[in-house]
Design a protein around this ligand. Structure first.
Ligand code: CTP
Length: 396
């Protein structure tokens, strides 16, 4: 995802410096080449060796030994970078940057770079609210610096409030977004994911094997590409994607209500959820006890959310999924027409590497004009981007 990207990670002296190690891991795992620059005080918290070992690149800590090199160290690093991240960024370094002070390796390199700069502040809550700090942050924002707003919580200094360094995963997502073409800026993508559960009694439910992975991957990709994203999800084990409005639901009826509420503001709707088609006619108030004979359940139909959306879609792009075990193309084509969607993602859930609970998928895309696109086996995150590419095309 970040293959071929060069990132400079500036680490300044705050107790949260240890979290920069985890951020470095996320960046390198995603394929980025990372060069770490530490301020002198950062080295009091974490050793340069830790960053050097994990980045497999020398760590810069001093301005002067780099200048003695043939290439002027900070200029060559600044020129090469696709993105500059400062995490954690203290009030001190933000103050220096806002006022043009370049007195160490980190600040001189930031000053010399033309790459986008992402700043993740971490400081005491009173420092964070100090009007001088606020002015400095506002000034840097006016000059195009991006900020990852700090989290609220228990701070190392004992105070509670805003000023905690954001989680590495959140900073990572912002970094990926900063390096991703924002072709979905202005779009509001509504995505459904996961299974629904239809309760029989206080302890039992009817559901299916959907893991939610596909829908969550689409939500993550859409957000990285600049969309406003609403994810309506049934119960899954997945972490809520960063920067995505996530609405947790349980039953098909709850999913329907959440989808209908979000529908008017949305411009693209992608229905990856595996909705239970039926629910018990009545939910027992007490646990159903076993008896000597067989048990017959009476089920009634759930609303077909996608079909309802098909009736009212207007100019919005509407994409559905079809999970099939046989006659993939025939069944998928029927759903495309019956539900009035712009594209169906047909999923042969019996095929190896496809369907529920795996990280890959093999699909066929069916369009209104009768055309079909064969998509080979690929990771769900990669497929998510491909589906969004097609959604963008359908819009134009
Ligand atoms: N869907 C929906 N509401 C339902 C059932 C399905 O919105 N009650 C949506 C799914 O999110 C998916 C598409 O319709 O995008 C197709 O779902 P699928 O389960 O493959 O098909 P069904 O319409 O339920 O038909 P069948 O179960 O007979 O294959």
């Amino acid at each position: 995802m970040l293959q071929g990207k060069e990132i400079i990670l500036g680490v300044t002296g705050g107790i949260a410096a240890y979290k920069a190690v985890e951020l470095l891991r996320l960046l390198t795992k995603a394929g980025a080449g990372v060069h770490v620059i530490m301020t002198a005080s950062a080295t009091e918290f974490v050793t340069p060796l830790t960053f050097q070992t994990l980045s497999m690149n020398p760590v810069s800590t001093s301005l002067f030994n780099m200048i003695s090199e043939r290439e002027i160290g900070h200029i060559s690093l600044a020129d090469r970078a696709d993105l500059f991240i400062i995490a954690p960024a203290t009030a001190n370094v933000i103050g220096k940057l806002a006022n043009g002070i370049a007195d160490d390796m980190l600040t001189t390199t930031v000053m010399a770079t033309k790459a986008p700069v992402l700043v993740a502040p971490a400081m005491n809550v009173n420092m964070y609210q100090n009007p001088i700090y606020r002015e400095n942050e506002a000034k840097l924002k006016r000059h195009g610096y991006r900020f990852v707003e700090p989290a609220k919580g228990m701070l190392a200094c004992g105070w509670e409030g805003e000023g905690k360094l954001q989680e590495p995963q959140v900073i990572f997502e912002e970094a990926v977004a900063a390096l991703t073409r924002q072709d979905l800026a202005g779009e509001h993508v509504l995505i459904t994911a996961g299974p629904t559960r239809e309760e029989l009694d206080p302890v039992r439910f009817i559901s299916n094997h959907s893991s939610g992975k596909m829908g969550y991957a689409i939500a993550r990709a859409a957000r990285r590409r600049g969309a406003t994203v609403t994810l309506v999800t049934g119960p899954t084990c997945l972490a809520e994607p960063c920067g995505v409005e996530t609405i947790q639901v349980v039953s098909a009826e709850e999913m329907r209500q959440a989808v209908m509420a979000a529908f008017p503001a949305s411009t693209m709707i992608i229905k990856a959820a595996a909705v239970s088609d039926y629910r018990p006619v009545a939910r027992a108030m007490a646990k159903i006890k076993k008896t000597a004979g067989t048990l017959t359940l009476e089920l009634e139909k759930n609303p077909d959310i996608l079909s309802e959306l098909g009736q009212i879609k207007g100019e919005k792009v509407l994409i559905g999924f079809a999970a099939e075990t046989d006659d993939l193309m025939g069944n998928a084509a029927k759903k495309l027409a019956a539900k009035n969607v712009d594209m169906i993602v047909a999923n042969d859930i019996g095929a190896e590497g496809a369907g529920f609970n795996v990280d890959t998928n093999i699909v066929k895309l069916l369009f209104r004009d009768g055309s079909v696109e064969d998509v080979p086996l690929m990771g769900k995150q990669e497929l998510a981007d491909l589906l969004l590419d097609r959604a963008v095309k359908l819009k134009s």
